[in-house]
Design a protein around this ligand. Structure first.
Ligand code: CMP
Length: 138
């Protein structure tokens, strides 16, 4: 069944000039890009996005990184979009990511790992709503 997921091309990948290459991988894998924008977020806005990780030891470092430069939030659609995007991204730590995955090709470390993808339908709904208004998804 057609499903929507949420993704972010993270500041490390944008800085390195990988935005176009990552978008091409996403389209080649059959995802329709429903919405995309480029923006920079504050540390406080990053904390709101990653609130589920607030107790983790890497929370402060992660939110500093995510507010360190422009990002590209995306809304993507295809059958099984949520699991399929996570497969295409590869493991959180690029050292463990399979050959051909986005993180294997474009990520530098477990934190600066090029791309985010929602892990479940409820998370996707929260994350899409955090960055996009209804009229941007019509
Ligand atoms: P993401 O899929 O965006 O979800 C949470 C993010 O936290 C993750 O990608 C990484 O960028 C980061 N992260 C997860 N685990 C660690 C870790 N052990 N150390 C530092 N950053 C991490």
């Amino acid at each position: 069944m057609s499903e929507r997921t949420f993704s972010i091309i993270k500041p490390d990948a944008v800085r390195k000039g990988y935005t176009g290459a990552i978008l091409a991988e996403i389209e080649k894998a059959g995802f329709k890009i429903i919405a995309v924008k480029r923006l920079s977020i504050s540390k406080q806005q990053a904390e709101g996005f990653y609130h589920v990780h607030a107790a983790r030891p890497f929370f402060s470092s992660l939110t500093t990184f995510m507010s360190s430069g422009p990002i590209f939030p995306l809304v993507l659609e295809k059958d099984n979009a949520i699991p399929d995007l996570r497969k295409l991204m590869g493991a959180t730590n690029p050292a463990n990511a399979e050959e051909g995955t986005i993180r294997k090709q474009y990520a530098g470390s477990i934190e600066e790992n090029a791309i985010h993808g929602s892990d479940a339908a409820e998370t996707a709904a929260f994350e899409i709503g955090y960055f996009f208004a209804g009229y941007e998804l019509a």
